[in-house]
Design a protein around this ligand. Structure first.
Ligand code: SF4
Ligand code: SF4
Length: 393
């Protein structure tokens, strides 16, 4: 593990001045967040609301990296806004969910790898929307230009018909390169966040079980059992429920891809597969889950009281929800119409959305899952240290 730490340290070392966003430290979102947190740390009314406030009380001073950690530990449940006696229109204007949402976007850019691509977090909604349109259009034009017209416009769903439209080698090369790059960029970005926010050595990364439970159940969106202030001052669990639909739907779709890879490479079974096969069933129910989740989360955002929201992140949130919805929707339409002459077009459109999702995974709000998971892991370590210290004679 020590060698792993050293290797990642070397890999992620930055040339002096190469991280443009670090020069912004102590400005903008950090100033607002530090001011709010210092008032909260004196007030402590919200101590039992979530993991953020107990973590806050362990500190007297807040470095930028502490604020990055706390902002990513926040699940944006909005409870502290609706309970706060210092929220607007009070002259203190405390709005923790808003300042943390702005700071999270800053932290995504700050820890992004490679740094020149960190700029993609600026005007992220516009960039993601344009990239989706561009990728879909490009793949559609290339596929129409390069594939055999008989295969592209032919109406059949026999084994191998997908690869007659887009050759297997090209599909694997493009998907493998984009997915591999996304994974590498996410690992390095995550490691930079972990190291710079004081996560410590991976050799002492436990307790993993507690952190994994918090991630998989979204415990911090439970609001102590009654739910969160998703829409307004009343409590609900809509956001948690729709997030579960999206997360587990995405996981099922990923599992479908993995199983299809095993079918293809190890069992010699070539796509497209029968409706009742494992890859199609996993993808079908995963796609349904993703559509329910994305539509539901968009509805929560539209219906929610705008008071605790950060207007600067709304575009990026909706653009990612739209891309995730399109990925699921185009996959399901392809499944439904794969035996018709529309198959070639639908295959190209679906692959365009999947490719955009892969390429932009490290440069969109998709990274919030990574940073929040690492923040929860660090928080579980802190809590264990604190309880061990309290129990010590
Ligand atoms: S959000 Fe408001 S009520 Fe809650 S701890 Fe901060 S200052 Fe106090
Ligand atoms: S918005 Fe919710 S999760 Fe975030 S700091 Fe406030 S109470 Fe905690």
């Amino acid at each position: 593990m020590a060698n792993l730490d050293e290797a990642l340290d070397a890999l992620t070392a930055q040339a002096p001045g190469s991280c443009q966003l670090r020069e912004d430290r102590g400005q903008g979102a950090y100033v607002d967040a530090r001011r709010a947190i210092e008032i909260c740390n004196a007030c402590r009314y919200c101590e039992g609301f979530c993991a953020v406030f107990p973590a806050m009380t362990l500190r007297r001073e807040f470095r930028d990296s502490d604020l990055d950690y706390l902002a990513n530990l926040c699940h944006n449940c909005r409870g502290c806004f609706f309970s706060c006696q210092y929220a607007p229109p009070h002259e203190f204007g405390i709005n923790v969910p808003k300042v943390f949402a702005e700071l999270r976007t800053e932290s995504y850019a700050k820890y992004a790898w490679p740094q020149p691509l960190a700029g993609l977090f600026r005007r992220n909604g516009t960039i993601l929307s344009l990239a989706t349109i561009l990728a879909v259009t490009l793949i559609l034009i290339l596929t129409m230009a390069l594939s055999d017209p008989a295969a592209f416009w032919g109406a059949n769903d026999r084994s191998g018909s997908f690869y007659a439209v887009i050759p297997w080698e090209i599909m694997v090369a493009v998907a493998g390169a984009s997915f591999g790059f996304a994974i590498l960029a996410l690992i390095i970005s995550g490691f930079r966040f972990w190291r710079e926010t004081g996560g410590g050595s991976f050799a002492q990364a436990g307790p993993l079980g507690k952190a994994a439970g918090d991630v998989l159940t979204l415990r911090n969106l439970g609001g102590g059992g009654e739910g969160c202030n998703d829409i307004d001052e009343t409590y609900s669990s809509w956001r948690r429920i729709f997030h579960h639909f999206l997360f587990y739907g995405f996981a099922l779709c990923f599992a479908a891809t993995c199983v299809a890879t095993v079918y293809d490479h190890f069992l010699g079974l070539i796509a497209p597969y029968a409706f009742l096969s494992w890859p199609v069933q996993l993808g079908f129910w995963g796609g349904i889950g993703m559509m329910i989740g994305t539509v539901g989360l968009a509805w929560v955002k539209i219906a929610a009281d705008p008071g605790p929201a950060a207007p600067s992140v709304v575009g990026a949130d909706f653009a990612l929800l739209m891309l995730l919805f399109l990925t699921a929707f185009t996959g399901l339409v392809l499944l439904g119409l794969r035996a018709t002459p529309a198959m070639g077009i639908l295959l190209a459109v679906h692959l365009g959305t999947v490719l955009t999702l892969f390429v932009f995974a490290p440069y969109s709000k998709m990274v919030h899952g990574l940073y929040r998971s690492l923040a929860l892991l660090r928080n579980a370590r802190e809590q264990r240290r604190t309880s061990d210290a309290a129990a010590a004679p």
